[in-house]
Design a protein around this ligand. Structure first.
Ligand code: S3P
Length: 441
């Protein structure tokens, strides 16, 4: 098991280009792989999760070439997929498994999707239910509604589906299944969630209409065979930038600039939270942003933070950053409360439990609530050995807090960072200097 020892950093300074957006990379891999042409993906996140999705598309007929400038060319299948010869391993990725299940549900193929222990313990009934309602043959092979998932695709029909939880993954699974439907697919969200799928489908010229929380797609199996290809410049991942935003904001003397960061408003609610906490953040939108997703430069300077409450409609728009809200709360003045975030319990780990247990091990004051947590700011003692819970975001968030600890902190099982941010440790040392000891046990 790999572990790191994180030492104290006085400040975080420098300029960084964060790696490509994970959610967008999954989606453009799937749609380019299915298109009737060739697409160049620049900034594609070459992490384990997204490469698994790309490999799955190759197993069903797409062709991928690495180009000399680091981008990749995908030649699509022209709207037809062949049954993969082997089980598709989606590794750690809920996005990969859920979105691909949706995409495949309408194709006349047989496929089985599996993943690691974390992925195979995550709820999949949430996609099985709407896809079955559409006429899909979806079988959950694990216990308690978990994967592996077997798909024997067939004819899907139109649906009007009200999502029981605010989840971009369920929404996207239904919309991607909708591509094979002859007719209208309508999804209604309880709260607005990240809309990358909608933006990408619209950028491809597909008839998708967004009216508040209601998204309607006119599916057409004929048009699917002529699905356009195009080049995609994947923005930097705001959720990766978030580690440095929070790390710099909570450390007086810090000054960090992050360039090329995706600024989709459904992803950036952390910026408003940090401002409420008293952080100094500046956002400059790129004049040459892509037509389908905005990017920009974010500059943050360190200072003293104060506690805040995060709840309600804000939650889906910073769902992956909530461990970092706890980290900021651990050094902020007063109390930081997160509520309405029970979804955190079914992420790559139970993030409410993982965050609170690790904070307490570091000598912080943190308490679990069924749908969130309460953190009271104070000194970070450190000197502890933390568990990763096999969750990349737990490792990275705890590393940021460890930079503040009075005593070095060991984190076990850190290999999972490669699922979303393979260059995390290098980037941390670019901003903080030599603070990491890395060893294989
Ligand atoms: C994602 C949506 C979110 C997020 C996940 C990626 C996506 O999950 O937590 O990391 O790419 O659509 P839910 O939609 O299940 O909330």
């Amino acid at each position: 098991m790999e572990q790191v020892k994180v030492g104290r950093a006085d400040r975080m300074c420098g300029v960084l280009h964060v790696p490509g957006d994970k959610s967008i990379s999954h989606r453009v891999a799937m749609l380019s792989g299915l298109s009737a042409g060739s697409s160049v993906l620049s900034g594609f996140l070459q992490s384990e999760d997204c490469l698994n999705t790309l490999h799955a598309m190759v197993a069903m007929g797409a062709k991928v070439t690495a180009l000399s400038d680091g981008s990749i060319r995908v030649e699509g299948t022209g709207g037809v997929l062949r049954s993969p010869a082997t089980v598709l391993d989606m590794g750690n990725s809920g996005t990969g498994m859920r979105l691909l299940t949706g995409l495949l549900a309408g194709f006349p193929i047989q496929a089985e999707l599996t993943g690691d222990a974390s992925l195979l313990s995550r709820p999949m009934k949430r996609i099985e239910q709407p896809l079955r309602e559409m006429g899909g043959t979806i079988e959950l092979l694990g216990v308690n509604g978990c994967g592996p998932i077997r798909i024997a695709g067939g004819n899907l029909h139109p649906i009007r589906y009200e999502l029981p939880v605010a989840s971009a993954q369920i929404k996207s699974a239904v919309l991607l299944a909708g591509l094979s439907v002859a007719g209208e697919v309508c999804v209604i969200e309880p709260e607005q969630t990240r809309d990358h799928t909608e933006r990408i489908l619209m950028a491809l010229g597909l008839p998708l209409v967004v009216d508040g929380c209601r998204i309607t797609l006119q599916g057409d199996p004929e048009r699917l065979r002529a699905l356009p290809s195009r080049d995609w410049k994947v923005p930097g991942d705001f959720s990766s930038a978030a580690f440095w935003l929070v790390g710099a904001a909570m450390t007086p003397g810090s000054d960090v600039t992050l360039v090329g960061v995706g600024l989709n408003p459904r992803r950036t609610a952390l910026l408003a939270v940090l401002e409420r906490m008293g952080a100094h953040v500046q956002v400059d939108v790129d004049a040459d942003s892509a037509d389908w997703e905005q990017t920009g430069t974010i500059t943050v300077r360190g200072g003293r933070l104060r506690g805040t409450t995060v709840c309600g409609q804000e939650i889906p728009n910073l769902i992956d950053e909530l461990p970092l809200v706890a980290v900021a709360g651990a050094v902020a003045e007063g109390e930081t409360v997160v509520a309405d975030a029970a979804e955190l319990r079914v992420k790559e780990s139970d993030r409410i439990q993982a965050v609170c247990r690790n904070l307490v091990l570091m000598g912080c004051n943190a308490a679990e609530r069924p749908d969130g947590f309460v953190v009271r700011g104070g000194a970070v003692v450190g000197g502890a050995t933390l568990q990763s819970y096999m969750d990349h975001r737990i490792v990275m968030a705890m590393s940021v807090l460890a930079l503040h600890a009075a005593n070095p902190v060991v984190i076990e099982g850190v290999g999972c960072v490669a699922t979303s941010y393979p260059t995390f440790w290098q980037d941390l040392e670019t901003l903080c200097g030599k603070v990491i000891g890395y060893e294989e046990r």
